[in-house]
Design a protein. Structure first.
Length: 304
């Protein structure tokens, strides 16, 4: 009888230890993003993957690695950096409001690069790295290798190049690493910020490119958006779900709000099991992009 009672007690404890999310019977998750990965920040493996190992352009998601290299360089965040004339031609979409020769503290340069995806800011951070711009790019790739991001390559610090490529699964590793720095967490989720430049003195206001950081209910801890025509709309986030930090990587979707919609669908899927639905236009875009990927590298389409 005592042995039976012990067995029953252990069984009850085991059942109690299973999280509610694990017990939910889930429908197939529907996402607008062509490539995706979802994982708990403190876990191993993926909770969900959709073409998670496909190597694709990642646009300004690149700037998370830029931030990680800046933080690991140990250079003082209080140092004033000057915005120099670009030493390499700027891409056509590299618009900026920042004046050449003006100065801003490194911490604020990093903040606007993350929260507002300011390309000249990211470029300037690389120019002021010990050893210069080329050493910065080398450090980005070295860090990717250190993190086990085996299918990731960087050629610039902004993400304006389509040759900055990674996978959704690799980017989960990047978000986990970046989240270890309180500054990256703070800067990437700053809602609004007014930068105070000097020489000459002027101010510029910046806003966060991810609307979800404005919603307290999401508890966003790390955020970065990205867009290029070849990369589509992209979003990586770390946010709280039932008290646990969840990493979500969404790459290549059609509309500006599609990644945010996908984040909501993932949240509902994990908490209620509902798979959701996406618009016909987004589904057509997905079919077109999958066909293009398959034609270019022979990659198969997978959901796991």
């Amino acid at each position: 009888m005592i042995r039976t009672a012990i067995v029953l007690s252990l069984t009850v404890l085991c059942l109690m230890s299973v999280s509610p999310a694990m017990a939910i019977e889930r429908s197939e998750l529907q996402l607008a993003s062509v490539n995706a990965a979802v994982a708990y920040a403190d876990g191993d493996g993926l909770v969900y993957g959709k073409n998670a190992d496909r190597r694709v352009p990642i646009a300004s998601i690149t700037k998370l690695m830029t931030a990680l290299v800046v933080m690991e360089s140990g250079e003082p965040l209080t140092e004033w950096l000057d915005f120099r004339e670009r030493h390499i031609p700027a891409p056509a979409n590299a618009y900026t409001r920042i004046r050449v020769s003006s100065e801003l503290r490194r911490s604020d340069v990093l903040r606007i690069a993350l929260m507002s995806s300011e390309n000249f800011a990211a470029h300037t951070l690389a120019r002021h790295h010990p050893g210069g711009y080329d050493a910065f790019i080398e450090a980005m790739n070295s860090k990717a290798g250190e993190l086990g991001m085996r299918k990731t390559t960087f050629v610039d610090p902004t993400g304006l190049s389509i040759d900055n490529r990674s996978t959704a699964a690799d980017l989960v590793r990047l978000v986990r690493a970046a989240s270890q720095y309180p500054q990256i967490r703070e800067y990437s989720t700053t809602r609004y910020f007014t930068a105070q430049f000097r020489q000459p003195r002027y101010r510029l206001a910046f806003g966060n490119t991810n609307v979800l950081v404005h919603r307290e209910s999401w508890g966003v801890g790390v955020s970065k958006t990205g867009y290029l025509s070849d990369a589509g709309r992209c979003l990586v986030m770390l946010f709280e779900l039932d008290g646990k930090p969840l990493v979500t990587v969404l790459l290549d979707s059609l509309g500006t709000r599609s990644p945010m919609g996908d984040a909501g669908r993932i949240k509902r899927w994990l908490t209620t099991g509902a798979g959701g639905s996406v618009a016909a236009a987004a589904r057509a875009y997905e079919r077109k992009k999958n066909a293009a990927y398959a034609a270019s590298d022979g990659a198969s389409v997978s959901v796991n």
